[in-house]
Each structure stands twice: as C-alpha cells, then as structure tokens.
Design a protein around this ligand. Structure first.
Ligand code: MLT
Length: 429
C-alpha cells in the first residue's frame, strides 16, 4: 500500500499521508492541505470524505456487510437483545451477565420521567408529529438535569446521562403516541424488560388488559438491533458535529432526531407505508406504479429502494423481510400492503431498469410492514427508528468526546458577489 499520495498543484508537489483502517479502507489525510497549498477540497454531501476514524460500526457497501464492534448484525439480530447490543455499541464489548443485568436494571430504574414532562405534553396540539415532540422533550432533559450540560463530566456522570437517555426515550416515545391518540399515558413498569415495557406503555389501557406477545417482543428487539447504528449517516454525523461544540448529549441527540426526521433519512419508512397505501387506494396495480417510477416525466418515485452506501443490497432489509413474514404468519395477519410490497420488490429485483440503478429494498422498505402488524401507526415509524438508533448516537458522541476531536467547522468555496460599496436606499432601483 502506498505510504502517501502525491498532489502536484501550481508546480508544487505535496505528500498526503495515507492511512488504512483495520478493514483495509484507505484514505489520505488532508489535515494540512490548506496550510500547505491554500486549497480546500469540495465534496458536496461528503460522499468521498471521511469525517472521523471510528471503531464502532463497519459497513461494506459493495459486499452488504454490517458489523457492530466486529459482530455481524445477522448474529446479533438472531442471538442478542436490543439492550445487550446497546451496551456493546456504547461500551465496545459484549457485557458479562452481571454487567448486562446492572445496565438493564439501571435503565429500568430510570424509565420514569419528571411529572413536569407531562405538563410539557399538555402544551402540544394532539396533531403534533411525534418526532417534533420527541426532539423537544429529549432536549428538555437538559432542563431537568442541568448538570448534564457540563463538558467536563466524570465517567460516572456520563454513564448516568447515558442510562437516563436510554431509559426515558422509551417512555417519552410511548407517550408521544398516547398523546397523539388522546389516550391516558401509561407509566413504565419495573417488572418488564425494555421492549415489553415499551409495548406495554404504547398499547395498554386502563379499561382492558394488554397481553404482551413474546413474538412481538422478539420482532421489536430485532428491529431495534438492526437500526442501532450505521456509521456516519446524516443523523449520526449531526450528533457528532453538534457534540463537537461541547454541546450536551441530550442536546446533540435532539439535533440528531431532527435530522433523522427528514424524509430522505429516517422519515423514509413513513414515506414507504404512505406509498404502499396510495397504491392500494389506487386499486393495487403495482405494474402501473412501476411504469410511473420508470417514466422520467412522472414525479412518482419508489420509496424504500436503493441506498447511498449499499451497492447491491441492504443486509438489514434481508433480515427485516424475513421477520416481516414471520410476524405476519405468527399473528395470522394477511396484510394487502405486504402483497403490494412483495410485488414491488420482485420487480426491483428482476427489472433491468431497477437493477442497473441499484434500486433494491433498503432497511425502510419492510420495517413499516412489521410496525403496522404490531399496531404502531405510520407517524410513529420514525420515532421507532430513533428509539433503535439511540445507542449508536450515544456511542458515536462518546467516541468523539473521548478522542477529544476538534469542533467541526467545514470550509467552503465562495461564489457570491465580489466586493461592492453600500448604496443608500433612495439610490436603489
Ligand atoms: C441509516 O441507517 O442511517 C440509513 O440507512 C441511512 C444511511 O446510513 O445513510
């Protein structure tokens, strides 16, 4: 492997050191480029730019590989639990039984939120999008725990903030649903595991007992594991950038929630379901919509297909698709939207138009089918993505801080007006 790259600019040659990661990804370090040449690089959307070195998640877009701290997601989805994967991402190793019990018990102890949080809920209109409430209330934790804002927290205090965030997001997420439905809020129970407690808070009613189905708990664990981290995606990069200013964990994650809400990012799972529902409402003729998607004069586009990083398939989609089949079979649900989804997928995997454009199902394509099957409404899908992605955001924020990375401050190429003098208003046209 070359030790460096040589850049020849304006007759001068400079050497850019080459670095190689543990999975043989290569980069050349341009940290001194502007000082040495006066030039900056330009890479809109950062598709060719590494923002950091990270030991958390490795993905290979060509081979469809995704590993958390070296463990393949296929194994974690099958054998682990969401809380165990959260510990793995945040602390870098699989926990011993004692460590897992302590982590899980600490989270359980902190699922209750301050009663004043309920008052904030009362201030939101019932039609407020759950993601607006979630980002607001996660940021409000800095008001309830003002010491969390300090950039010089001890390890113990940082760990407490991590526990509080992991615990309270599940209660706040469930309450956004209840608030949206106009239902009474359910308080968390300390006798239930994380996913069971979330389902209980989401779906139990004072008037009728909610039976927690272990098959749904298993599917939810799998879904949250598959969403837990994805290296430097838009929302994670947002969390790292905001955190690099020494902003608090809660404030950084609140920013990440808003980035994830974007329809081009985590909001895509809601868009997929709305697309399937629109096709169903139109009569369910998928061939008509496939033709529309291929027609460059038609604005219709298939949501949930293709990916910025994966070139052949999204490994998470394969696992989620099987989980969708299993959950619907187990629950005896014959969802017409699943049939529409399967027809669209079949077309995407066989039609040259989609194959050459690498438009195959991604993680968002099937997740909505499962969420629907377990009773989660479409507007809550991106909240579910945020619930799953939280340990990844926390892990990435911690890594950035522990590595003492500098404040993120990209440069630009200015293309505006050159210098000109101020003109008084009466002389303007
Ligand atoms: C994600 O998991 O964050 C999405 O697949 C988007 C991405 O990685 O760019």
């Amino acid at each position: 492997m070359a030790e460096s790259a040589e850049l020849i600019l304006d007759g001068k040659s400079i050497s850019l050191p080459v670095i190689e990661g543990t999975e043989h990804e290569k980069a050349f370090d341009i940290g001194k480029l502007r000082d040495q040449t006066g030039y900056v690089t330009l890479d809109s959307g950062y598709k060719n730019t590494g923002a950091t070195k990270s030991a958390i998640t490795f993905l290979d877009g060509e081979e469809g590989i995704l590993r958390y701290r070296g463990y393949p997601i296929e194994q974690l989805a099958e054998q682990s639990s969401f809380i165990e994967v959260a510990y793995l991402l945040i602390y870098g190793k699989l926990p011993t039984q004692a460590e897992l019990d302590n982590f899980s018990n600490q989270i359980t102890k902190h699922t209750l939120v301050h009663e004043d949080v309920r008052k904030i809920f009362d201030g939101f209109p019932s039609a407020a999008h759950p993601m607006a409430i979630l980002s607001s209330l996660i940021c409000s934790l800095t008001a309830f725990y003002p010491e969390s804002v300090s950039p010089d927290l001890s390890k113990e205090d940082t760990d407490l903030n991590v526990i509080r965030l992991m615990a309270k997001i599940s209660t706040i997420a469930a309450w956004t649903y209840k608030n949206n439905m106009g239902h009474p809020l359910n308080y968390p129970r300390n006798d239930l595991d994380y996913c069971s407690n979330f389902l209980y808070m989401m779906f139990s009613f004072p008037t009728e007992k909610y039976d927690i189905d272990p098959r749904i708990v298993s599917a939810l664990n799998k879904l949250l594991i598959l969403h837990a981290d994805h290296e430097q995606n838009c929302s994670t990069s947002t969390v790292r950038l905001v955190g690099s200013a020494n902003a608090s964990l809660y404030g950084s994650v609140s920013a990440g929630i808003n980035a994830l809400w974007g329809p081009l990012h985590g909001g895509a799972n809601q868009e997929v379901l709305e697309m399937l529902q629109a096709i169903q409402k139109d009569g369910g003729d998928t061939s008509k919509f496939i033709a529309k998607a291929k027609d460059k004069n038609d604005s219709f586009r298939l949501m949930g297909f293709g990916h910025r990083v994966y070139k052949n398939f999204d490994p998470r989609a394969k696992i989620i698709k099987k989980a969708a089949d299993d959950v619907l079979a187990a629950l005896g649900i014959d969802d017409p939207l699943l049939k529409i989804a399967q027809e669209l997928e079949q077309a995407a995997l066989t039609d040259e138009y989609f194959i050459e454009r690498k438009l195959y199902p991604n993680v968002d394509f099937y997740s909505g089918i499962i969420y629907r099957a377990i009773g989660i409404p479409t507007e809550m899908f991106t909240v579910m993505f945020a619930l799953g992605r939280l340990p990844g955001w926390i892990a990435q924020w911690k890594e950035m801080r522990e590595n003492k990375e500098p404040i993120g401050r990209p440069r630009q190429i200015y293309t505006g007006e050159t210098e000109r003098d101020y003109v008084s208003i009466d002389a303007r046209s």
